[in-house]
Ligand binder design. Structure first.
Ligand SMILES: [Fe+2]
Length: 235
C-alpha cells in the first residue's frame, strides 16, 4: 500500500534522527528529576503508584487505538497492531491492577482528580487523530515507560509488594521494538501531506504527556481548590 520512493525516505531520515535525540533528552531530564524512592513517605510512594495506575490502566489501549485510527502507513499500522494485540492478549490492564492492588495503591478519588486536567488534555489531543504527532508521542511514551519501570518497581517494593509482573514485562529494553517504532514514524512522515499539520507543533502530544507524567510523580500542579471544584462539578 505504501509506495514511498527511497528519495522520500532519505529526506525524512535526518528529521527522524533529530526527533529521537530530542525525545531521548526529554526522557533523560525527566528521569533525572525523579525524587529518590527511599526519601518519599509511604503515602507519597502510594500516591505515585496510584496516579500512574489511574492514567495507564484505562487509557493506554484507548490511546493506542487512537493511533491506529490516525496512521496511514503499513509500517505504523503493523507496529500499533502488534502492540494492541499484546495489550489485549496478555491483559495488561489486569496486570496493572494486580500491581496496584499488591502495593495497596488502588487509585482513590483524590488520585484520579489529581491527574484529571492533564489527562483530559492528552485525551483531546489523541482525539484530533494527527498521525505524525501521535506516533512521536507514542515513541516518547514507550521510551519513557521502559526506563521508568525500575523506579516504579522500587516504589512498590518499598511498599512491601512482591508483585512485579507489570514492571518486569514493561521494563524490557527492546532495541528492535524502538527501531521499528522510529521506522513507523519515518513512514508516516513520508506520507504526511497536510501542510497545516506539518506547521503545527510536532511535540504538542509530548508536552501534554510530559505535564501528565509530572502530575503522576509530583501530584497535581492544580491547586487544591481546583481539585475541590472538579469534585463539585463532577468533571
Ligand atoms: Fe502494556
Amino acid at each position: 500500500m505504501m509506495t514511498s520512493s527511497s528519495a522520500d525516505l532519505l529526506s525524512t531520515e535526518p528529521a527522524v534522527g533529530a526527533i529521537q535525540r530530542h525525545l531521548d533528552g526529554v526522557i533523560d531530564d525527566l528521569l533525572s528529576s525523579l525524587p529518590a524512592p527511599e526519601r518519599l513517605s509511604a503515602e507519597q510512594r502510594r500516591a505515585v503508584i496510584a496516579r500512574y495506575t489511574a492514567v495507564l490502566e484505562g487509557n493506554f489501549i484507548y490511546w493506542m487505538t487512537g493511533a491506529w485510527l490516525a496512521v496511514k502507513s503499513d509500517a505504523a499500522r503493523a507496529k500499533i497492531m502488534e502492540n494492541l494485540h499484546e495489550e489485549v492478549r496478555d491483559a495488561h490492564p489486569l496486570m496493572m491492577r494486580r500491581f496496584a492492588t499488591a502495593a495497596r495503591a488502588v487509585p482513590t478519588e483524590i488520585d484520579v482528580l489529581a491527574v484529571q486536567k492533564n489527562l483530559t488534555a492528552v485525551r483531546l489531543f489523541i482525539g484530533r487523530l494527527s498521525a505524525v504527532r501521535i506516533i512521536v508521542t507514542m515513541a516518547f511514551f514507550e521510551g519513557l515507560i521502559q526506563r521508568f519501570m525500575p523506579y516504579l518497581a522500587e516504589l512498590a517494593r518499598l511498599q512491601g509488594s512482591e508483585e512485579m509482573e507489570y514492571t518486569d514485562v514493561h521494563g524490557v529494553c527492546d532495541i528492535t521494538h524502538t527501531e521499528e517504532l522510529y521506522r513507523a514514524l519515518q513512514a508516516e512522515m513520508t506520507l504526511a501531506t497536510d501542510p497545516a499539520a506539518a506547521a503545527e507543533n510536532l511535540f504538542e502530544g509530548v508536552e501534554l504527556l510530559h505535564a501528565l507524567i509530572v502530575d503522576i510523580v509530583a501530584g497535581s500542579s492544580a491547586p487544591r481548590r481546583s481539585i475541590r471544584r472538579l469534585q463539585l462539578e463532577g468533571v
